[in-house]
Design a protein around this ligand. Structure first.
Ligand code: FES
Ligand code: FES
Length: 181
């Protein structure tokens, strides 16, 4: 079969990457093999396990099911984009605090699904968390600690960050309440 290549521009963790990619390559393959972002894991490569989850334009997507050319011009966040330098994201801190990481293979996908949830709903109830994370499989933890960790992160970044943002906004006239997340 004659495989075609196309030029794409991917905006990954705030950096623009111009690449020529085969039309048969998934976003997952390009992130890992071309950009060296191996934090995103391949499990089933068939849309069943969630371990390849990244955020594209604010929504959690399975990067094994998105073709690289479909991501052209879109903003993508991978697990490498979570921490701010050496400062872990509150979700990462909470996963460690709650013992929600064992072998760690599912963890990048779990974190990205959880981030998409908390970005959309900073104070989800437990059932909402379970539903949002239901596409992410874990063979080690039994899930309870992961749900606890997401709840813990929501407590860290939800009301507190809203209050901080409101206070900062009142002081400076700024509307960037979510800044610093
Ligand atoms: S590797 Fe993408 S859903 Fe399993
Ligand atoms: S921690 Fe091992 S698969 Fe989830």
């Amino acid at each position: 079969m004659d495989l075609k290549e196309v030029d794409v521009e991917l905006i990954v963790n705030g950096r623009r990457h111009k690449l020529r990619v085969g039309t048969n390559l998934s976003l997952l393959q390009v992130l890992r093999d071309r950009l060296g972002l191996t934090g995103t894991k391949e499990g089933c490569a068939a849309g069943d396990c969630g371990t390849c989850t990244v955020i594209m334009d604010g929504r959690a997507v399975l990067s094994c099911l998105v073709m690289a050319f479909q991501a052209d011009g879109h903003a993508i966040t991978t697990v490498e984009g979570l921490a701010a330098g050496k400062k872990l994201h509150p979700l990462q801190e909470s996963f460690l605090e709650h013992g929600a990481v064992q072998c760690g293979y599912c963890t990048p996908g779990m974190l990205m699904s959880a981030k998409a949830l908390l970005d959309a709903d900073p104070a989800p109830d437990r059932e909402t968390i379970k539903t949002a994370m239901s596409g992410n499989l874990c063979r080690c933890t039994g899930y309870f600690k992961i749900i606890d960790a997401v709840e813990g992160a929501a407590r860290k970044i939800g009301p507190a960050s809203t209050a901080r943002g409101a206070a900062a906004g009142a002081a400076t006239g700024s509307s960037k309440a979510g800044e610093g997340r």
